[in-house]
Design a binder for this molecule. Structure first.
Ligand code: LLP
Length: 420
């Protein structure tokens, strides 16, 4: 059990969150190593019948300790920037387990990827393909290329995290993909090795996957009939998690869809899960600063803000919020809000919650994915601290920065204050 109550106190594995709060201060993210490991293992088990690679999507949580844990557990990485590539390598993931996605890779990033010889670069446009061919030629390398195709499938998820419809910026448009593959095959500095797709995030229904994978299977057959060979089929990420009352598909059910749609092709299957690896392995712990009762509402004002966890403000996301010390008193209705000077800085509206006083701690659940990774210093607040728990031990895996450190890299021009 990763996050659970013992005698009314919320624990991360064998460590009381209250104790971490006392030692580290709030707000902080807390990750459960064992939950992360179980999530990776679930993917690996489900995909065992295939030649496969679980390439963790680093964007979901780019803490070095998290990515290093993934590496130690045998995972690869899906990266979308030079920074993430650097990080994945630092964490010990070998280049042949790294795929590089993204609609806007720069020339330097492509060069960086080529020089370290990663498994596959997922190209998203004809112009990117041309540039990659030039960079590969200039650096005397041969680029392992897949086209990320846009299958025009509705993932039935939030509009801001839908990526596989034709009006989205992602991927090579379906009608152009076949021809672009032929163009790629003619370029001597490229080695066509795969096909990639990613239709969106927080999918709770397997049917959009089935539709997309069926289209991919048809494309692979058509390409192979034309003499091209495809080794890797990269299915992207997207499997949802349970934030509230959702019933996300299991890895086994997902793998069953992979088997039914792509099994006969007998290819190397790559998946790029992010949220379903780290989402429920992390919580954000925050302290109640004040409570305030107005004519309209009861507010619980906490010391974490939208700069620490932007998902509710950005996607209207629902995160369960639990008292770290459960008193068992009758619940009230309250808005749980942060200190940021914006009305959108709300973690929960009209939430039914046990009354909490100033000084008490709350845990915002399922915050391991797209939490710390999307945090900012807005309102000039330090990034939250991050800790990882394993069994009865915990370690600070990112300490809270000091104000002086937050100023690092900034400077004031000598002419500031000149009158002319
Ligand atoms: N592969 C590609 C190419 C992606 O664009 C993404 C996510 C993933 C894999 C991982 O998807 P996952 O398994 O995590 O669903 N910030 C948003 C989510 C943005 C997802 C962006 N792409 C949120 O907090 O809901």
């Amino acid at each position: 059990m990763c996050f659970h109550y013992e005698n009314g106190e919320l624990y991360a594995e064998g460590v009381a969150l209250e104790r971490i709060a006392q030692e580290v201060g709030t707000p902080f993210y807390c990750y459960s190593y064992s939950k992360l490991a179980a999530n990776i293992a679930a993917y690996r088990r489900a995909l065992e019948p295939f030649h496969s690679e679980v390439c963790y999507s680093v964007k979901a949580n780019s803490n070095l300790a998290v990515v290093s844990a993934v590496a130690a557990l045998g995972g690869g990485a899906d990266v979308v920037s030079g920074g993430e590539l650097f990080l994945a390598l630092k964490a010990g993931i070998s280049p042949d387990k790294i795929v590089f996605s993204g609609v806007g890779k720069t020339e330097q990033e492509l060069e960086q990827a080529l020089r370290c010889g990663i498994r596959q670069i997922n190209v998203e446009s004809a112009e990117e393909l041309q540039l990659l061919a030039r960079v590969a030629q200039r650096t005397g390398t041969r680029a392992n290329v897949a086209l990320r195709v846009n299958p025009d499938v509705d993932a039935l998820t939030h509009v801001k995290i839908t990526t596989g419809k034709k009006e989205n910026k992602f991927g090579v448009p379906w009608p152009e993909a076949h021809e672009l593959y032929h163009a790629a095959a003619q370029m001597p500095s490229l080695r066509v090795c795969g096909i990639a797709v990613h239709i969106g995030s927080q999918l709770l229904d397997l049917e959009p996957f089935r539709l997309a994978f069926t289209r991919i299977a048809a494309m692979v057959r058509a390409l192979e009939a034309d003499g091209l060979s495809i080794e890797n089929i990269d299915l992207g990420g997207g499997l949802g998690i349970n934030y509230n009352v959702e019933l996300p598909p299991t890895c086994e059910a997902y793998a069953q869809v992979v088997r039914e749609t792509l099994g006969e092709l007998d290819k190397h299957i790559i998946v790029e899960p992010g949220r379903s690896v780290v989402g429920n392995a992390g919580v954000l712990v925050t302290q109640v600063l004040y409570t305030k009762q107005t004519e309209q509402k009861r507010f619980v004002i906490v010391d974490a803000g939208m700069n620490d966890l932007i998902r509710p403000a950005m996607y209207d996301a629902w995160h369960s919020i639990l008292p770290v010390h459960r008193a068992g008193t009758a619940p009230v209705v309250a808005d749980i809000v942060g200190p940021i000077c914006e009305s959108g800085d709300v973690f929960a509206k009209d939430r039914i919650i046990e009354p909490v006083q100033s000084g008490r701690l709350l845990a915002i659940m399922c915050a391991g994915a797209y939490g710390a990774a999307m945090a900012s210093q807005y309102n000039f607040r330090p990034l939250p601290a991050e800790v990882m728990v394993r069994g009865n031990e915990y370690a600070v895996v990112r300490r809270r920065s000091s104000y002086e450190e937050m100023l690092e890299g900034q400077s004031v021009p000598s002419w500031t204050g000149d009158q002319q």
